[in-house]
Design a protein around this ligand. Structure first.
Ligand code: WTA
Length: 621
């Protein structure tokens, strides 16, 4: 079956062995084709399947009455909802029939802008059932951001809530959708799932209530057979330049690596209860809240709320209530709970817990130790999993209970994944102990295949920096055990509370404010969020009070992108440091906000060296 691929016989054998554990309508003709240079990697060509048969139907015989999904609402006084595999299968079929009744066909894009309720998971699986492509937009993005993603993906149907709960807030999702789609003629249908019973406007002939339509839907929907390389979903993420890019994941490759990595990394057993706290609006919620657990017939917990509502004991209560065995969360959540002291988790035994996971950003050693001691009671291994929206699934991570633990290290690549460290020129660092830019050497099945509508940008972003390699955008160090420690992004992407934000995007948003001439945004070390957003701005009007301007800038960013991108610190400056050719020297600004003044370097060649001193003097701690 081997062809012109770059895979060694060993890798070839490994991946085909894994793929054989899934259910196919027809197996592949070639395991893998294409390469990074030509940016045309494909997997399992010729194969035909439906991922929901792997997530649902194939479990029905043995696990029909086993819990597939546990839904824990935002409000602890509201009852949890349980779906068995049988019930989830039925719900997905009915939702799929509803989509069909609204004209959704194979290959159509369906957009979800929802809070975290079961209908979101059921909805994306319903898309997969009929070969439609789901694109989930995180409910924390603004209407303007949603509009941009709709314009890019051409989704003609949107599924939303009247309102979404998150902590003590109600987000008016439906009215945000109304704002986003004003005059967008290609949007034909808005489907509203009732949740908060907030008052909303319904446009006749366009807007429908889910609970009314679902009653008319039949209970079974046959799974549509798709090709291995048919798209499963588009997920937007930020890069160092331009607007967010819609990464496209295809069906078979994504399924194979996500399903298998879930089982391996977390060492899942039949009766385990897996809780991934991520929102489905992010890749972690796609891969390890939805697809990974369901592909393995596991029980997955979905939580609508936030860690500190109504109290900072909420996570620990959920763990005890549902006897969670695996907790998979982000360092930001850990740090934000650490702040309330160890007494709170200490008062819970959490004896069901077996494995802890971390994802989304580097975990600092202190947070690792706290997580290990107070949550895992020093008996649960921590898997620090490194991966990206682009990689689809986990790439570098300990295997729970197997790999030696080293705080703050993602440790070793999973089998089948071959990372390399390269220097600036792209030369591979061959010594065991090394540091450099992290690249991946060979194709793996769940690599994103393209940026929706812009293959050239895909090629340029990931495969042009270093010839023949996939470039991750992260820096890393490798120690004497071969263990990797991810040191963070080396490009203009920052990681705020585990959310990826492009500094260029924030600058663009700030510049929409009428009084702003220029801005430069950099990340700074933040105790809870990992990185915070620091914006330097120049203003063309000195009649406005700085505090008023700062408030307005924050509101502008919230309107353009959403609350998650609001700068933590805004410093108004006379000018920004520039090279003689007019390029803003963000490197200098980064050193200033990191308090690393010794490493600012030579500023004498700048166009305006005097501004550096001014900026340092005016720096806000
Ligand atoms: C960062 C999230 C250190 C990294 C799954 C990466 C991490 C970006 C880790 C991707 C980790 C993710 N240790 N850094 N364990 N996991 N990152 O696309 O900078 O939202 O490039 O995917 O998060 O973020 P994304």
């Amino acid at each position: 079956m081997n062809d012109s691929s770059m895979l060694s016989d060993e890798l070839h054998e490994y991946w085909s062995g894994i793929a054989n554990t899934f259910q196919w309508r027809k197996k592949w003709d070639s395991l893998q084709t294409g390469n990074f240079d030509e940016c045309n990697v494909q997997w399992f060509n010729g194969a035909r399947l439906n991922i929901t048969e792997n997530c649902l139907d194939r479990h029905l015989e043995k696990r029909r009455h086993k819990k597939a999904l546990i839904f824990e609402p935002n409000n602890p006084n509201e009852a949890a909802i349980f779906y068995t595999y049988g019930e989830l299968h039925l719900s997905v079929c009915r939702f799929a029939n509803l989509l069909k009744s609204k004209g959704v066909k194979k290959g159509d894009v369906v957009c979800f802008y929802m809070g975290m309720t079961p209908e979101l998971m059921i909805g994306i699986l319903a898309c997969a059932r009929i070969g439609a492509i789901h694109t989930v937009v995180f409910g924390g993005f603004s209407p303007q951001s949603l509009r941009g993603r709709l314009e890019d993906s051409n989704a003609k149907i949107i599924i939303t809530h009247d309102g979404g709960y998150r902590g003590d807030k109600v987000t008016p999702l439906k009215s945000m959708v109304d704002e986003a789609i004003e005059n967008l003629s290609f949007v034909e249908t808005v489907l509203v799932v009732k949740r908060t019973h907030t008052e909303i406007q319904m446009k006749q002939g366009r807007d429908y209530f889910y609970d009314v339509l679902i009653k008319e839907c039949e209970l079974f929907c046959p799974a549509v057979e798709v090709e291995a390389e048919d798209p499963l979903f588009i997920l937007y993420t930020s890069g160092s330049t331009g607007k967010p890019k819609g990464l496209v994941h295809t069906t078979a490759g994504y399924m194979v690596h996500v399903g298998n990595s879930f089982k391996d990394v977390f060492q899942i057993k039949e009766n385990d209860i897996f809780w991934c706290t991520a929102d489905i609006g992010w890749i972690t919620g796609h891969s390890y809240l939805t697809y990974g657990p369901l592909l393995n017939g596991s029980t997955t917990v979905m939580f609508e709320g936030v860690p500190n509502y109504p109290t900072p004991a909420r996570f620990w209560e959920v763990i005890e209530k549902h006897k969670v065995t695996h907790l998979y969360t982000a360092p930001t959540a850990i740090r934000s709970l650490e702040k309330f002291g160890s007494d709170i988790p200490e008062s819970f035994s959490m004896k069901s817990l077996k494995v802890l996971g971390s994802v989304g950003e580097p975990i600092n050693e202190e947070a690792w130790q706290w997580y290990h001691k107070y949550v895992g009671k020093e008996r649960c291994p921590i898997v620090d999993t490194w991966w990206q929206t682009e990689t689809g699934g986990i790439m570098i991570s300990p295997i729970a209970g197997v790999t030696k633990l080293k705080p703050a290290h993602a440790t070793l690549p999973l089998i089948g994944i071959v990372p390399v460290l390269v220097d600036e020129k792209g030369r591979e660092e061959n010594a065991m102990v090394a540091s450099g830019n992290l690249c991946i050497k060979y194709p793996w099945p769940s690599l994103a295949r393209t940026i929706y509508g812009d293959h050239e940008r895909f090629k340029l972003t990931y495969f042009s920096t270093y010839k023949g390699l996939y470039f991750t955008g992260d820096g890393a160090r490798r120690d004497e055990d071969g263990f990797y420690r991810i040191t963070g992004r080396v490009d203009d992407v920052i990681n705020v509370s585990g959310h990826r934000i492009g500094t260029a995007e924030v600058e663009e948003a700030i510049n929409e404010h009428l009084l702003i001439t220029e801005s430069a945004v950099v990340g700074f070390p933040h105790e809870i969020k990992g990185q915070g957003i620091y914006a330097f701005v120049t203003c063309n009007d000195d009649l406005i009070l700085p505090e008023v301007l700062i408030k307005e800038i924050r509101a502008t960013v919230e309107k353009v992108i959403g609350p998650i991108a609001k700068p933590d610190v805004i410093q108004i400056v006379h000018s920004l440091p520039k090279t003689r050719s007019g390029k803003i020297m963000r490197r200098i600004l980064r050193k200033i906000v990191e308090n690393d003044l010794g490493n600012i370097g030579d500023t004498s060649t700048l166009l305006n060296p005097e501004c550096v001193e001014d900026i340092i003097k005016g720096k806000k701690s």
